[in-house]
Design a protein around this ligand. Structure first.
Ligand code: AMP
Ligand code: TRP
Length: 328
């Protein structure tokens, strides 16, 4: 039987954090052997909000390096930079011409992000989900492994594909989002009511994948909890719930075992143990990252190969798309 295709993307808008790891990258690495995979650093999505050019250039490489360091292997997966494959922008334009504006007005992520920026909001930010649909549809993707926040975007992609197929024939595969049952929404440490994010303003809120051990200990020590005492998986106490969930995801123990383990212990014990588990889990990834970025030319070489492979598939798809629309 032919393997199904997986596609996912990640922005270079800041430093990768534990939410990216537990909600996305770790799962990409774990499932890669069963599928054909494309993992893309989506730099064109990243510039939908203002970026400093020098920082962006460095972050694109850092994110790509972390994907390999997390165990995504070139034998199973194509890793590439979005702007290296021109078909992404090209297909986004074609899809723009069949996507009703009303569909985009409904996107909650646009509403949230544009509230922060008000008058400065770019057309690109509004159009972000259409570019995302282009990413996915170029590769005949069956599955899109993402965190919870991306569910609506993948559903929109399906709607766009369906509309296109209805007008022009059976060109696109309809993709499905694949969201982990636990870990799809890791919350911030200081504000556990909001998801952990790459935002640089709230450095205390996120554990970044390249944070040194002492910093991880310090951040978790300061994490917001509550004034109660018992340590249990209670969603109404988001701080403790989030710490326990991180512990659960990294130890693979059952909730019951974890609650028994922490029975009678203090929040201080909980925080110390969560910190140690996080440090130990990130250690191999950090070591591999430093190893592979220390090898001159390695990363550039891998990305160049990735772009060539992705480009071949994308060009083939573009031929079908342009022909079906009457452009060729
Ligand atoms: P982004 O950082 O927005 O490019 O997201 C990259 C991937 O990480 C996407 O699949 C997101 O859904 C996922 N992700 C981002 N933040 C979190 C979070 N706090 N918890 C779980 N998954 C997340
Ligand atoms: N919007 C996604 C995010 O912020 C990133 C992304 C871009 C993506 N293109 C994609 C995810 C295609 C999955 C598939 O997380």
């Amino acid at each position: 039987m032919e393997k199904k295709t997986v596609f996912s993307g990640i922005q270079a808008s800041g430093s990768l954090h534990l939410g990216n790891y537990l909600g996305a990258i770790r799962n990409w690495a774990a499932m890669q052997y069963q599928y054909n995979n494309y993992f893309c650093v989506v730099d064109l999505h990243t510039i939908t909000v203002p970026q400093d050019p020098a920082t962006l250039r460095a972050k694109i490489k850092e994110v790509a390096g972390l994907l390999f360091a997390a165990g995504i292997a070139a034998e199973n997966s194509v890793v590439f930079i979005q702007s290296d494959v021109k078909a992404h922008s090209e297909l986004a334009w074609l899809l723009n011409c069949i996507t009703p504006m009303g569909w985009l007005h409904r996107m909650t992520q646009f509403k949230e992000k544009s509230e922060k920026q008000k008058e400065e909001v770019s057309v690109g930010l509004f159009d972000y989900p259409v570019l995302q649909a282009a990413d996915i549809l170029l590769y005949d993707t069956h599955m899109v492994p993402v965190g919870e926040d991306q569910k609506q975007h993948v559903e929109l992609c399906r709607d766009i594909a369906q509309r296109f197929n209805y007008r022009y024939g059976d060109v696109f595969v309809l993709p499905e989002a694949h969201i982990p049952p636990v870990g799809g929404r890791v919350m911030g440490l200081s504000n556990p009511e909001k998801k952990m994010s790459k935002s640089e303003e709230k450095k205390e809120d996120s554990i970044f994948l390249l944070d040194p051990p002492d910093q991880i200990r310090k951040k978790i020590k300061k994490a917001t909890t509550d004034s109660l005492r018992d340590i249990s998986f209670d969603e109404k106490r988001p701080g403790v719930y989030n710490l326990l969930t991180i512990y659960q995801l990294l130890t693979d123990k059952s909730r019951e075992d974890i609650e028994n383990h922490f029975a009678g212990k203090s929040y201080k014990d909980l925080k110390e143990q969560v910190a140690e588990v996080v440090i130990e889990s990130l250690k191999p990834l950090q070591e591999r990252y430093h190893e592979l970025t220390g090898e001159k030319g390695y990363l550039d070489d891998m990305l160049e190969r990735g772009a060539i492979k992705a480009g071949e598939q994308a060009e083939e798809k573009m031929r079908q798309v342009t022909e079906s629309m009457g452009l060729k």
